[in-house]
Design a protein around this ligand. Structure first.
Ligand code: ACO
Length: 378
């Protein structure tokens, strides 16, 4: 067997061949199935983008209408899932609630028929349709309220905001939210996608695949950073405090949340789009003082860390957009998950098409030949 050099974090090691998305971290380029993210953000919708990612081509008018219709008719969650979620502690993190609920879907749809395209499509529809309902339901139930039923007159993004806030959203807010979902839908072989593919490679059910990916996305070094960014901006508190805050953190070798990326060595193209969206929201619904703090932070981080290729990543401006949409901070990462389900499912499908179970190796650095010591002699 060929022996490879151990790379912490598997940096630079291909874990799969994939035709789903492409990143050029030097040029700041991101494509889904060959189409630039800027173009999708301007012209597509989240459901059309999800279709593109999962089935590889943009849908025709009829294909898109059929897909949207199927999603629309699968948005409700079973009352047993709702009742199970009611018993979750309201102090629990919504990502944990989402992981448990996504896994619980597997109890209700336990049949596994991975070679059947109809089974694959049903699972795709069910997961895309119900995950937003589960996120909104937990939000209302932890406040002691009943969840709101999906509204069949509203599209995917508008319906989520409706279920969350119990009122129909402003059309600009709904469109901007939909664009946020497009931007977060897929991003090559990141930690949660790797989790999804490892789990998929065992030929388990797609609910376990998504649940494992949700668990991985939640950490602060991955999707959880969007939440940490807002907490950091609140802690900084004023534009004047940005420089002392930053210098103190850098001196302590602490990371600045929302900055840096394993692949991008320039500003993440999604951060640029999100920043523009945030400005549109501020123009319509009023300014946010944390945006001024964020701009100053970006300026000083560039001054101090650009030589290391540290620039804003996708998580830096997304929180400011969600804040302006009235979304609570601890729902930012579940919203990331709502979008990323599209990418995880595309990878699930791709993994099944040419599956081999993941079974990497390790570099053993432990001891050998140790005698077993009886308990009274240790
Ligand atoms: N703030 C300050 N310094 C940083 C940052 C940061 N955010 N990110 C990287 N660096 C520095 C490191 O200290 C290190 O410096 P050194 O070589 O002098 O020791 C160098 O840049 C390389 O950093 P690593 O941590 O080795 O880079 P890695 O590729 O392993 O990590 C990661 C990438 C996890 C994204 C990192 O940049 C980070 O922790 N950022 C903050 C958390 C964050 O925003 N995560 C969201 C990422 S996007 C996403 O997952 C959706």
């Amino acid at each position: 067997m060929m022996v490879c050099e151990y790379k912490p974090g598997l940096e630079g090691i291909p874990a799969a061949q994939s035709g789903i998305s492409y990143v050029d971290g030097q040029k700041g380029l991101l494509e889904y199935r060959g189409i630039r993210i800027e173009e999708l953000a301007e012209k597509s919708t989240f459901l059309e983008t999800a279709y593109l990612l999962i089935w590889g081509e943009l849908p025709t008018t009829e294909e898109l209408a059929a897909f949207e219709d199927e999603i629309l008719h699968h948005r409700r969650i079973k009352y047993r899932i709702r009742d199970m979620m009611k018993s979750f502690p309201e102090s629990g993190h919504p990502m944990d609630a989402l992981q448990a609920s996504a896994a619980a879907l597997g109890l209700f749809y336990s049949r596994r028929d991975l070679d059947n395209p109809v089974y694959i499509r049903d699972a795709v529809v069910r997961l895309l349709a119900t995950i937003p309902t589960m996120v909104a339901a937990f939000q209302l139930m932890r406040k002691g309220n009943d969840p709101v039923r999906p509204n069949d007159d509203l599209d995917y993004a508008a319906n989520f905001l409706y279920m969350l806030n119990e009122k129909e959203p402003d059309p600009l807010a709904a469109r901007i939210f939909d664009v946020c979902l497009i931007l977060h839908a897929e991003h090559t072989m990141n930690a949660s996608t790797f989790s999804a593919r490892v789990t998929a490679s065992t030929l388990t059910d797609p609910y376990a695949v998504v649940a494992s990916a949700v668990g991985t996305l939640g950490g602060p070094l991955h999707g959880g950073a969007n939440e940490e960014v807002i907490l950091m901006l609140e802690e900084i508190g004023s534009v004047e405090n940005v420089r002392p805050y930053l210098e103190d953190r850098l001196q302590r070798k602490a990371k600045i949340m929302g900055f840096g990326h394993r692949v991008y060595k320039v500003k993440d193209p999604r951060a640029t789009i999100l920043q523009n969206l945030a400005e549109k929201l501020f123009a319509k619904f009023g300014h946010d003082k944390y945006y001024d703090i964020a701009l100053e932070l970006e300026r000083i981080v560039e001054e101090k860390l650009s030589q290391k290729g540290i620039y804003p990543n996708v998580d830096f401006y997304s929180g400011l957009v969600y804040r302006k949409l009235g979304i609570p901070t601890d729902l930012f990462t579940p919203i990331f998950a709502i979008a990323r389900v599209a990418g995880w499912l595309a990878h699930w499908k791709e993994q099944l098409e040419e599956n081999r179970i993941f079974r990497p190796t390790q570099v053993y650095n432990g001891r050998h030949g140790i005698a077993y010591a009886p308990i009274d002699q240790r």
